[in-house]
Design a protein around this ligand. Structure first.
Ligand code: PEP
Length: 252
């Protein structure tokens, strides 16, 4: 089964607007020859609209890093799915481990955000993954299954067609430690199996499951060549146009 390969860059809390426009422009230029791989860049909220102007009609898609589930109202500091959509973005990262760790995100809030994203025409990139303690306690599958069941509670198979899952072992994010291709493949396969049980074989087969956690040009090939790894969510290495475009070219 040939699935779409999606390489997404999570810029986290980096780049002023002028820096963001410069980086986006470099990525645009360096990926002009890409024809198959889906490219998504996720700058901070403040840079979404200016970056959208820079990427123009290139094949680069724009995504946000988070959102709130309510439409509008007295929620100081929050950003709705509709507001994100109005910048030109069509993706949103939901449930990143840094959101879960530092901002109290739970499976329940992830579920509310996924539903609101889909209602507003945004494609959610939903992050799941175990901590080091959980891996060492041999409960990786239990944790990831709970996160998947929670994130996608009450969703239909039709809605799931718009969703991407990113498996990001927490111990591999920003640490320079990468899951071995075999470790990653095993969890990806288990996630696919679970999605098949929950939503049927068509969703299981077609679902894009990205790997994230210290992906860089040096390890991208071995990870992306695994049968159930359909792309990468890249943090640190996406902040330089050279390394991000190198990963995209490896995926292509
Ligand atoms: C991430 O933030 O999603 C991530 C995978 O970061 P890094 O590539 O830096 O580990």
């Amino acid at each position: 089964m040939k699935r779409q390969i999606v390489i997404a860059g999570n810029w986290k809390m980096h780049k002023t607007n002028s820096e963001a426009m410069q980086l986006a422009n470099q990525v645009r230029i360096k990926t002009m020859d890409i024809t198959k791989t889906q490219i998504v860049i996720c700058p901070p909220f403040t840079a979404l609209a200016p970056v959208y102007e820079v990427i123009g009609d290139s094949r680069i898609h724009l995504g946000a890093q988070n959102m709130f589930w309510e439409k509008e109202g007295a929620f100081t500091g929050e950003i709705s799915a509709g507001m994100i959509k109005s910048t030109g973005a069509d993706y949103v990262i939901i449930g990143h481990s840094e959101r879960r760790q530092y901002f109290g995100e739970s499976d329940e809030t992830v579920n509310k955000k996924v539903k609101a994203a889909l209602e507003n025409g945004l494609k959610p990139i939903v992050c799941v993954g175990e901590t080091l303690e959980e891996r060492e306690a041999n409960i990786t599958l239990k944790v990831v299954s709970r996160q998947i069941r929670g994130a996608f509670a009450d969703l239909s198979a039709e809605q799931m067609k718009k969703v991407i899952v990113a498996y990001e072992p927490v111990w591999a994010i920003g640490t320079g430690k990468t899951a071995t291709p075999e470790q990653a493949q095993q969890v990806h396969q288990e996630i696919r199996q679970l999605l098949t049980e929950m939503f049927g074989s068509e969703i299981g087969e077609k679902m894009v499951i990205q790997y994230g956690g210290s992906v860089k040009p040096a390890n991208a090939e071995s990870l992306l060549s695994q049968p159930d790894i359909d792309g990468a969510l890249v943090g640190g290495a996406c902040l330089k146009a050279d390394s991000f475009s190198e990963i995209i070219h490896i995926a292509e």
